[in-house]
Ligand binder design. Sequence first.
Ligand SMILES: Cc1cc2nc3c(=O)[nH]c(=O)nc-3n(C[C@H](O)[C@H](O)[C@H](O)COP(=O)(O)OP(=O)(O)OC[C@H]3O[C@@H](n4cnc5c(N)ncnc54)[C@H](O)[C@@H]3O)c2cc1C
Length: 390
Amino acid sequence: MAGSSFEYTVLTPSEEALRDEVREFLRTELPPGSYEPDLGMSATHSPEFSKKMAARGWVGMSVPRRYGGPERTAVDRFIVVEEMLRSGAPVGAHWVADRQTAPTIMKFGTDAQRERFLPAIAAGECYFSIGMSEPDAGSDLAAVRTTATRGDGGWFLNGTKIWTSGAHQNHWFIVLCRTSASEGDKHEGLSQLIVDLHAPGIEINPIPFLDGTHHFNEVVMTDVFVPDELVLGEIGRGWQQVNSELAYERAGPDRWLSVYACFEHLLRERVHGTPGARTAEVIGGITARFFALRNLSLSVSRTIDRGGAPAVEAAIVKDLGTMFEQDMIAALHDLWGAEPSLDAPTTGERMLARAVLTGPSFTLRGGTNEILRTIASRGLLGWYGLAGAR
Ligand SMILES: Cc1cc2nc3c(=O)[nH]c(=O)nc-3n(C[C@H](O)[C@H](O)[C@H](O)COP(=O)(O)OP(=O)(O)OC[C@H]3O[C@@H](n4cnc5c(N)ncnc54)[C@H](O)[C@@H]3O)c2cc1C
């Protein structure tokens, strides 16, 4: 593709050795039958498991050694994440801190913030949520109405965040807020603050998911004091910073592996011997798309390691990946031939029931597919030298 960095790449021998090490770890720590596998990144919050991963150097993998991290590559992180999600491992506690908070603090934080948060993140002990969305600001993120007003030595935050995953379990969240009125351009006057989820003035209200689980929340902030040392980056540069943070969210295996463990469990439980023609067709179709998406996603990680900034490619992978996940749920649901039950005796059926109920969220979280297509189409016009075209 002209201008794109989707280049075919394979794992090197040392990367394959890392993959073997992760598989061995999972065989020991999560033997089959010892846990209820999760659907991708909306995983069980297990500080114990996060600390075990961290002891291997698999949390906060991008964090430099001088801040207590393992300073590994994006491909190394891809390998660890792929194996964890494939197994439905309980990676929920450190998920956001590892994927996007650590690189964001590394990029925009002060030295004091890096020293305070990065070693704790890499130790698997410090967990973050994302404080972007608001009741009337999701896709139109710059419309946030949470305000921070200047006080003595810091800022007073007032407003409401919504869909805040894990706020009831995590320690901190990074809040996008308005620190000055926008004069015409609503992208101006925004800032990011690092906020203690246990600070006075924070109220966390659960929003139950369709499958009955408590995953996300409404977070109401009333005169929450945030000291100056917890301002992330520059006051007024929140829009640029938040877009950089969003780019970390988009092309990883979490965007195409959410249903893999369900697929594998269903096959093990239901298919004995040679599958029938319809089952074989479904398995073949899913496998082929997995293979293509994995190669696209891996190539994005390789490009990052080579110093590239593949934001357009990441948007394309997330769009294709999350649509694949939903198609896969529909195909498995159809093949199942009945409504799966959340209380079923078999793991595969329980997972399928959860997937049917929560799958619609896959194309919303982290930016909806319509928004991603806008990003991708603008980028593609640029690649083909048609940026001014209509
Ligand atoms: C499981 C899950 C977890 C989440 N976790 C978090 C979290 O931890 N922290 C956080 O801050 N947020 C979180 N979110 C919120 C998520 O980022 C938003 O749901 C998302 O950005 C969409 O915003 P919205 O829900 O307000 O939908 P809207 O923006 O109202 O969109 C509604 C529909 O309109 C379409 N649309 C909107 N604008 C346009 C446009 N310009 N062009 C074309 N179509 C458009 C959208 O694509 C969508 O189909 C989570 C969401 C989910 C589902």
